[in-house]
Design a protein around this ligand. Sequence first.
Ligand code: ZN
Length: 119
Amino acid sequence: MDDEDSFISFNLICPECGVGNPEGAEYCLVCDRDLQETILFMEDDPFDLEVTRDFLIEYRKNFWGTRRTGKIEKYSWDKMEDVHFGFPVNRFIFNYQDRRVVLPLREENMQMMKRLFKE
Ligand SMILES: [Zn+2]
């Protein structure tokens, strides 16, 4: 159905500098950041999201989505409750320390998150 598998994928985006690295790379080609802990990295409009084994990390961006503000939210997967996906609007929703967190996601990022949860 899709040709995705025939691409050489540089899907492992470095959370530090944003450069795409080949899957399985241990360190970023450009800035040398350790990529081992990063399972998934997604660029979205209001934030970048990094998924590690223990945390979901949100790097907030400015209003225009052009750069990061330096504000970082770190959510432990263990402490998330009532995790679900919004429908029909693409959103990742969960409760965290008595607070409701709603992360609007682009379609492609929504698909990646869903795939992650199926594994
Ligand atoms: Zn890098």
